[in-house]
Design a protein around this ligand. Structure first.
Ligand SMILES: Nc1ncnc2c1ncn2[C@@H]1O[C@H](COP(=O)(O)OP(=O)(O)O)[C@@H](O)[C@H]1O
Ligand SMILES: Nc1ccn([C@@H]2O[C@H](COP(=O)(O)O)[C@@H](O)[C@H]2O)c(=O)n1
Length: 556
């Protein structure tokens, strides 16, 4: 009778668009010029202050000159209403699988739960200065991850008759019926949940939505502006702060004349006709009464520096309330608790301890460090595959005898490395799982806040359908691993499909991950008891990336 053994059979229908070759990419491949990126559309982390801000392409220290955080912010918050469409197009170019962010701080708490963004609604008459006020708030907030959503994006699609009316300045764009409130409310609600949304792009010249949409994704602050931004309880319920911009009607008309003629392709007579017959009456009937819902009324719009200052102070206070020092909190939790059931620790054999002895020894030369790390990584990755589900598979041997074996139940497994140390594990995954697709997430510690920040991600298409082997060489507090897991969840990967795999983890990191994400499987070859005040595992390995790549320690 044939013995039953478990084999790692490569899936017969492994995807032919394998990206395993990419895993050898150096940073120049991983961080190509932004303009050069031509990837398929897919998951998206919107850049700060999109959709009307030209995205900032963050680069790692090794890939050219590093801009200061201040300089980055200045680029990410420059808003120019007159270039609304041009800027939207810039954002559209970002609908690739490769995403750059300006260093997104955590958007979840220590329990892995998302922290809701603070949503500001800005209501007011046409050309009252809503967008100008929004831009001033964004500039004064001086922080990344502010998103501006305009109600204009939700104008309904017109039929032919309505189109003719619009051309003759006879269609009422200022009546609530002109807007698609269902899509508007659900878009705002999804954004508030930190979900990805596709926002229609509206063209004021053609009175129509463009075929393309712009993708937006989460933010710490969302600003929503529009003439009917407070219309209906569903909208009001989403807003955390309601601002009404109150500008005199004659000023609004003067601004609108100038803007509609210069930017929206209109004629003087047509603007006056539309304004007199529809804009002003609708303002009186629908928009002005909404002022009663306002928390703050801003006379004179963007000129009102005092009002903007007060608003910004309030937003900062609210963000403070939602904020937290994630890494610090994680480092000091869960001391002395028993290990969670989701932890899979490789058997501590003499062989494993021997490999650890080499890589933990501070005197091990770099070539030996790499050699023994690779051996240990290979064992950890093989062990990870052994945790996958297997099904019966019978084959015929060359002797014509049946052999009852096993094959992996799924062929949908991909790897995602947390750059930079996790990249060292990619080769082992490629070696043991043929044609595996590899994604990358760059998370760096901000040395002034101590928090992890998300800079870059590139994930395999349809990752939600895959088991994901998430790789980082070491896990200390678990902050970076949690951010990466959060990214995967935000891309609809089921929690139970994620395995976080490391050579070495600190006990507190294991507990933090397990507490926040109880269904994530945790695989490692050793668990050390402590994390020091620089968030290194103790006794540890030191900085794995620096030792493996031979780089100088930086920033600490
Ligand atoms: N305080 C101001 N002084 C002069 N022009 C302004 C001022 N605020 C806004 N504008 C101009 O008026 C027009 C409408 O302003 P905007 O902020 O886009 O209003 P809204 O978003 O309410 O339609 C724009 O062309 C803008 O440049
Ligand atoms: N096709 C369209 C759609 C809308 N309008 C006018 O735009 C105004 C709202 O935009 P603001 O930036 O001024 O808030 C609204 O008053 C509509 O009359 C348009 O003219 N054509």
């Amino acid at each position: 009778m044939a013995a039953k053994i478990t084999t790692f059979e490569p899936p017969s229908s492994a995807s032919s668009d394998s990206e395993c070759g990419e895993t050898q990419a150096d940073f120049s491949e991983v961080f190509p010029d932004y303009e050069a990126e031509e990837e398929k559309s897919g998951n998206f982390y919107n850049t700060p202050a999109s959709p009307i801000t030209v995205p900032y392409c963050a680069r790692p220290p090794s890939a050219g000159s590093q801009k200061s955080p201040k300089a980055r912010r200045q680029r990410t918050t420059s808003i120019n209403k007159s270039s609304k469409q041009t800027a939207s197009e810039s954002v559209l170019r970002t609908q690739h699988r490769t995403i750059y962010t300006a260093g997104r701080p955590p958007w979840y708490n220590s329990a892995g739960q998302q922290v809701e963004p603070f949503v500001i609604g800005i209501c007011g008459g046409s050309a009252s200065g809503k967008t100008t006020v929004a831009a001033k708030i964004i500039a004064a907030l001086d922080m990344p991850w502010v998103t501006l959503l305009s109600m204009d994006s939700f104008y309904k699609v017109l039929n032919e008759k309505q189109h003719h009316m619009a051309h003759d300045n006879e269609y009422n764009f200022d009546h609530p019926d002109a807007f698609d409130f269902d899509i508007l409310v659900s878009t705002l609600q999804r954004l508030k949940e930190g979900r990805k949304v596709e926002v229609p792009i509206y063209n004021f010249v053609t009175h129509a939505r463009e075929a393309r949409t712009k993708t937006m994704y989460g933010a710490n602050v969302i600003i929503f502006e529009g003439i009917l931004a407070f219309y209906g309880t569903k909208l009001l319920n989403v807003l955390d702060m309601k601002i009404f911009v109150d500008t005199d009607a004659d000023i609004r008309l003067a601004r609108r004349l100038r803007r509609d003629i210069s930017q929206r392709g209109r004629e003087l007579d047509g603007v006056i006709k539309q304004y007199t017959n529809m804009v002003q009456p609708s303002f009186n009937h629908y928009i002005a009464p909404l002022m009663t819902h306002a928390d703050i009324i801003v006379p004179r719009g963007g000129e009102n520096e005092v009002a903007i200052h007060l608003i910004v102070q309030h937003v900062h206070a609210q963000l403070q309330l939602r904020g937290f020092k994630l890494r610090e909190e994680l480092a000091h939790s869960y001391v002395g608790q028993s290990l969670p059931e989701t932890v899979h620790l490789l058997p501590t054999t003499p062989q494993i301890r021997g490999l650890h002895t080499f890589i933990r020894n501070k005197d091990t030369p770099r070539d030996e460090f790499i050699f023994y790390s690779k051996r240990l990584i290979r064992l950890v990755i093989e062990y990870t595959l052994s945790l996958m589900a297997f099904v019966e598979k019978t084959v015929e041997t060359p002797q014509g005898v049946l052999y009852n074996g096993k094959r992996m139940a799924t062929n949908k497994i991909c790897g995602v490395s947390i750059l930079r140390a996790g990249e060292t594990m990619e080769q082992a995954v490629c070696d043991v799982y043929k044609d595996i697709r590899i994604g990358k997430i760059l998370i760096q510690t901000n040395f002034s806040t101590g928090e992890p920040e998300l800079f870059y991600l590139r994930l395999p298409k349809d990752i939600k359908d895959y088991k994901v082997i998430l790789m980082d060489a070491t896990v200390a507090t678990g902050a970076a691993a949690m951010m990466a897991i959060r990214v995967l969840l935000d891309h609809d990967v089921p929690e139970s499909n994620i395995l976080i795999v490391s050579l070495l983890m600190a006990e507190s990191g294991v507990h933090s991950i397990a507490y926040a994400f109880p269904e994530v499987q945790i695989v490692t070859s050793a668990i050390d008891p402590e994390v020091n005040d620089k968030f290194y595992v103790m006794p540890g390995i030191g900085n794995f990336g620096d030792r493996y790549f031979g780089t100088e320690p930086s920033g600490e």
